[in-house]
Ligand binder design. Structure first.
Ligand code: NDP
Length: 519
């Protein structure tokens, strides 16, 4: 059997190279010719009817239909979960190496079609080139990393030995479950949760986010091409409130892996905790939710690096990352200088359609999101001084100007609530201790950074900032699989640490077997 090399992160594509730019343009042209196709739910390897249809639209050009989907409802959710439950018997007994090889083949196919997958994200999620490329690279990483991790969990586990007994610990899968991803990392997170569940021997009903089902359909096609048997993953596009809840409430659901908003995550947590007739287990809920992330800049910081880090963390993918910086907390000596540099860099960002490589900031995901974000900007006008942006940006897409508010109080709504759009609240802190207090003063606890050159300040922030992912002298976005296991505290979720060495345990249970030696 072929030797498996040590895990390495997929490198980002260098779009300053003419060849890479041409390759991406070709992929965009290919995908443009495939827009508007129809897709169905797939249960047990067979396409099934839905209950009506829905379409996904291009947020840069909302009149452009990306995919048309037969809409799964309760009946399809029931059939899909039953099918996954039936497939569990043989899949759970499939050797770990065979399951891992499917992920390695999936990674290979994703790599071959890297630009094509990114092009789908550019069209359907409004990701800029580099953001889409990073999303595809992360999906490849998840397949490679979890494939290796599954083999580690399948190997002999270390136990204390005693005379007269042979003891072993086996990690066994949970059963059939639901994977419910968000639209904002429409390939990476969807792929990561699905890959982790299936490589550990579980079976899955995958309900994609309704804004980005085409990317999910393309990933599902790749899984099938990589050799995944029918029924192991079932594809169920449909509304979260119907198909999603149908899965969560179902007695055969053994687990729910969810990434999305706090409100929906809490509802799933509640529904999953309530036993229903026919249910024989406590459902396991893996929930990754929102954030209100911060960057602290202290009096000793490199102000240029800090301003660059704030703007990149805040406005990359329009603040539609769970890890995005939406609060900059500045101490007195650097406040004015960092703020001025943030404003200058923000105003220089070019807003435009995602397919244009010159666009630094693309559209927000849909019309409702735009309305909600503009509503928060109106709220912000009474909560702070608006120094950049402040309204819609021109163009047919769902464009919003990157917006910066200064002198925002820590209790303001724009400093407390997840806006999930290009709005940054800048706050003054009295000193480092005050900055840390402000940073920790929301319901969330996902990511944060400090910019400082003072070792004592850095150590204090490392010890006291309550965030699942904390960074020093770098931006608070861009976690890498295997390098920065990702997941948050408090209302940011169950701290599942995606891309880390504990993650697969969430999809496993441990069976201890003890055999006495013959008398
Ligand atoms: P939502 O919570 O709106 O939706 C997430 C998923 O849940 C979608 O597939 C959605 O389906 C589904 N869903 C909606 N309602 C229900 C329900 N009642 N029962 C079951 N499923 C349901 O989040 P978004 O898609 O808008 O994603 C953005 C959010 O995700 C932000 O809050 C962001 O911070 C968070 N996020 C967190 C990450 C983390 O690692 N902590 C990473 C990435 C994002 P449908 O689309 O059909 O409504």
């Amino acid at each position: 059997m072929r030797e498996i090399q040590e895990f390495r992160n997929e490198p980002p594509t260098d779009f300053t190279s003419a060849g890479n730019r041409r390759a991406m343009q070709q992929a965009l042209a290919k995908v443009s010719g495939e827009l508007g196709r129809s897709y169905n739910p797939v249960i047990g390897g067979r396409e099934t009817e839905g209950d009506g249809t829905f379409s996904s639209l291009n947020p840069s050009h909302p009149s452009q239909v990306v995919g048309v989907f037969a809409k799964a409802a309760l009946a399809q959710a029931e059939a899909a979960l039953r099918t996954a439950h039936e497939a569990f018997g043989s899949w759970s007994r499939t050797p770990a190496r065979e399951r891992a090889e499917i992920l390695f083949r999936t990674a290979g196919l994703l790599r071959e079609r890297k630009h094509e997958m990114s092009a789908w994200m550019i069209h359907e999620a409004g990701k800029t080139w580099s953001e889409a490329d990073a999303d595809t690279a992360e999906a490849i990483d998840f397949c490679e990393f979890y494939g290796r991790e599954a083999l580690r969990y399948a190997a002999d586990q270390p136990l204390t030995r005693i005379p007269g007994e042979t003891n072993e610990l086996q990690y066994v899968p949970l059963g059939a479950g639901a994977v419910i991803p968000p639209w904002n990392f429409p390939l990476a997170i969807l792929c990561g949760m699905t890959a982790a569940a299936l490589v550990t021997g579980n079976t899955v009903v995958l309900k994609p986010a309704s804004d980005t089902p085409t990317i999910a359909a393309k990933f599902f096609e790749i899984l099938v091409e990589a050799g995944l048997p029918p029924g192991v993953v079932n594809f169920l596009p449909g509304p979260g409130s119907l198909a999603g809840e149908g899965l969560v409430k179902h007695p055969l659901a053994r687990f729910v892996a969810f990434t999305g908003s706090k409100a929906v995550g809490l509802r799933i947590n509640e529904l999953a905790a309530r036993p229903v007739p026919g249910q024989r287990w406590i459902k396991r809920a893996v929930l990754e939710m929102g954030g209100k992330n911060f960057i602290i800049v202290d009096d000793t910081a490199d102000v240029n690096a800090a301003a660059t880090g704030i703007v990149a963390s805040a406005f990359g993918f329009q603040v539609q990352k769970c890890s995005a910086c939406s609060r900059a907390i500045l101490t007195p000596r650097v406040h004015d200088e960092v703020l001025a540099k943030v404003i200058e860099r923000t105003k220089a960002l070019r807003v435009g359609p995602a397919e244009d490589p010159e666009s630094a900031v693309g559209p927000v995901i849909n019309a409702d999101a735009k309305t909600k974000i503009l509503g928060y900007i109106e709220i912000g006008k009474s909560e702070g001084n608006i120094l950049a942006g402040g309204g819609p940006a021109p163009g047919e897409g769902h464009f919003v100007q990157p917006t910066v508010f200064a002198d925002v109080s820590e209790s303001a709504r724009i400093a407390q609530e997840e806006i999930f759009g290009p709005v940054l609240a800048v706050m003054r802190a009295k000193d480092l201790a005050d900055a840390i207090r402000i940073a920790n003063g929301t319901d969330y606890g996902l990511t944060g950074s400090i910019y400082s050159t003072d070792r004592g300040a850095i150590d204090k922030a490392k010890a006291e900032c309550f965030a699942g992912n904390f960074y020093v002298n770098r931006k608070c976005t861009g976690a890498l699989v295997g390098v920065h296991p990702f997941g948050g505290f408090n209302m940011s979720g169950t701290d599942s640490k995606a891309g880390g060495r504990d993650y697969l345990l969430l999809f496993l249970q441990a069976k201890a077997i003890s055999e006495t030696a013959k008398a």
